[in-house]
Design a protein around this ligand. Structure first.
Ligand code: TPP
Length: 656
């Protein structure tokens, strides 16, 4: 048995009671699988729930992570594992940001009670790679659980086995279109599936959408109101008001266990349950960095009780939302749009209120966001949709069809793209450049500084011909005193920032400063390289690329994302049949999980010094090879085809 030391955890409880628990001799230390739960009585299950909550708090206070979603789902998880028989019965979590209690009860308590390494070993999401027995899918994006579960349902039905299939979906995640599609199919299949709707009345922020009127009516009528959205789909329906009461949860789950009908169990839970700060401010406590367990204050104190020194920094979310609010006052057609992540664009609750109807949250519905901004632009509005790089993946078709074929001048503000961003396998933000740049009719701009970002944003909103996406730098807010262009045309126009020779570095967006460093280091080695800010990711500037052919041997491209199908490969492809050598710098396509940024950069030869080393290698080889090629050609002016004897002589010359 693992001993975690005599660590004591203190936390403010639901009613400001102080809970003190010694981690030694906990039940959850002894629970190696859900089977161990089944030996316990109700009182003991309640203790398990309290301990699980403390374990969750211990982890999130030290490590950061999803707070409210997990605290509210502790009792339901204990009851689910008590009633159902995982791993035979299958639990499918939506987003899976509420699966920490499930991890505690399925052999991974060390990730919640152990040291930093133990915590790092356990991810914040459902992960078969981590636990194939109890985690059925890698999940991190919303609204997929019912669809995934219908697949397991179909497999069970075809094989003729009898396991329970249980999808767990939050009220917020019900707003995504895929959830609707999953419900549609579950009803159509008509066999047993249990969909637990964990209704805590919140998405990350407040919910938006017509469905919430019915969820509210169901809550207010204890599940009995005449119009029942779930029943209308053809589901059996159970409502439980006391969604944090283990005994009642056990009863309701037992009542649907082994059902042969599509069934919804709608439970009303409290987000943040058991930790007063998280209950009081649910949006702020959805996810968070480490904090002080005693009072919920941030930042977490150092071991000696002092606060860590944190330099005051600017962030693009705050700058963007402040700028938008100031512009909105003069322009009633300017609309800030989000799909369930308002603070990605800095729109905190107070700012949403200030923006009034010039801020729209459409629920977690990225596809809807794109089609709607296209319609808004068509109707004469100026919508700006802010979206994380990872979540834009959901909406390729709407961008291609609804927006770009129609060439409506809406703006997409892409945040977090690059290596310095979310790094869970489901949330990596490396694919927006290949994705967006493959869509005809979309301009994708990559500002390199704060001033350039706002100049591009202003132009994108003012122009009225094309959809424009802007990749907000993700390497912090960098300022410049250089003059920035106010106008940006629809054709790619690179900007030569420093004219040199032999080597040209084309450094895009948040890798521009890396390009500056490389050019500086090359200067130390006697190479006066050219530095170019491409500004456009979606196509090459043929004039600039052609002009480099005169006095450059090597072009280095740098982009902060997956290089396969990205910006640099377009440049390499343009030079294809010419003599120009191209070194494409970016991240190799891959599914990286919880990576270390420096290691990832190093593995991809993207550290400044590595880039310089590689440039020198190419340049020196080039000089060597070209010297011998010239020598060879001078001696054999009329020979175009190299015989094997010639080639042998050539190699001897090279080696001599
Ligand atoms: C496609 C997609 N868009 C946005 C997000 C960001 N996100 C994570 S959790 C969440 C809210 C989920 O709300 P709900 O399902 O009610 O769960 P709760 O957190 O309230 O328990 C959102 C918007 C995401 N994970 N996936």
């Amino acid at each position: 048995m693992r001993v975690f030391g005599n660590l004591r955890i203190f936390a403010l409880g639901n009613h400001d009671r102080i809970i003190t628990i010694s981690i030694k001799n906990m039940y959850i230390e002894k629970i190696k699988s859900p089977a161990d739960l089944k030996k316990l009585d109700l009182k003991e299950l309640q203790v398990v729930a309290d301990e699980t909550r403390q374990a969750v708090l211990n982890r999130v206070s030290k490590h950061g992570g999803h707070v409210g979603p997990n605290l509210g789902f502790v009792e339901a998880t204990v009851a689910l594992h008590y009633v159902f028989d995982a791993p035979k019965d299958k639990l499918v979590f939506d987003v899976s940001h509420q699966c920490y209690p499930h991890k505690v009860l399925t052999g991974r308590a060390a990730g919640f009670l152990g040291d930093v390494d133990d915590m790092n070993a356990i991810s914040g999401y459902s992960s078969p790679a981590e636990c194939p027995e109890y985690d059925n899918f890698e999940v991190g994006h919303t609204s997929t659980s019912v669809s995934l579960a219908t697949g397991l349902q179909k497999a069970r039905d075809v094989k003729g086995t009898d396991e329970n299939i249980i999808a767990i979906i939050g009220d917020g995640s019900l707003s995504g279109g895929e959830a609707f599609e999953g419900l549609d199919e579950a009803s159509e299949l008509g066999t047993g599936i249990i969909i637990v709707v964990n209704d805590n009345e919140m998405s990350i922020a407040e919910n938006h959408g017509g469905i919430y009127k019915n969820l509210r009516a169901l809550r207010q009528s204890n599940g009995t109101c005449e119009h029942n959205w779930f029943k209308a789909w053809g589901f059996e329906y159970k409502y439980l008001e006391e969604g944090n009461d283990i005994e009642k949860l056990i009863q309701v789950f037992e009542s649907v266990k082994d059902t042969d009908k599509p069934t919804v169990v709608h439970i009303h839970t409290e987000k943040g349950h058991g930790f007063a700060p998280a209950v009081a401010n649910k949006e702020a406590w959805h996810w968070g960095l480490p904090f002080n367990l005693v009072d919920g204050s941030r930042p977490r104190k150092n071991a000696d009780g002092t606060l860590p020194e944190i330099a005051p920094t600017e962030d693009y979310g705050t700058l963007f939302s402040d700028w938008m609010l100031s512009q909105m006052k003069q322009d009633k057609t300017l609309i800030a749009v989000t799909a369930g992540t308002p603070t990605a664009g800095g729109f905190t609750a107070d700012k949403r209120q200030l923006a009034g109807n010039q801020h729209i949250d459409m629920g977690i519905a990225e596809e809807q966001a794109v089609a709607m901004i296209s319609g808004m632009a068509k109707g004469g509005l100026h919508p700006v949709w802010t979206v994380y790089s990872t979540f834009i993946q959901r909406t390729y078709d709407q961008i291609a069809q609804d927006l770009c074929i129609n060439s409506n001048p809406a703006v997409i503000n892409v945040v977090g793209g690059g290596v310095n961003s979310m790094n869970d396998i489901t949330h990596i933000c490396l694919f927006d450049i290949p994705m967006l740049c493959s869509i005809p009719g979309l301009i994708y701009l990559a500002p390199t500084t704060c001033e350039e970002y706002f100049a591009m944003l202003r132009w994108s909103i003012q122009q009225d011909k094309k959809p424009i996406a802007i990749r907000v730098p993700s390497n912090g807010v960098v300022h410049t005193s250089e003059t920035i262009d106010a106008e940006y045309g629809y054709e790619a126009k690179y900007k030569v920032m420093h004219q040199g020779e032999k080597v040209a570095v084309i450094a895009a967006g948040s890798f521009y400063q890396k390009g500056e460093n490389v050019v500086r280091l090359l200067a130390d080695k006697g190479i006066a390289a050219t530095l170019i800010n491409p500004r456009y990711l979606n196509e090459v500037d043929a004039d600039v690329l052609d002009s480099l052919k005169a006095d450059h041997q090597l072009v280095v491209t740098l982009e902060d994302g997956s290089k396969d199908g990205g910006f640099g490969e377009r440049v390499a492809s343009y030079y294809g049949t010419s003599d120009m050598k191209v070194m494409v710098g970016g991240i190799r396509k891959g599914l990286y999980d919880r990576y270390d940024v420096k290691e990832l950069l190093s593995d991809n030869r993207l550290l400044d010094e590595q880039i310089v080393e590689d440039v020198l290698l190419v340049i020196n080889n080039y000089v060597l090879v070209s010297r011998h090629s010239l020598f060879y050609i001078a001696r054999n002016p009329s020979r175009r085809i190299i015989s094997s004897l010639d080639f042998f002589c050539f190699i001897i010359e090279c080696l001599s």
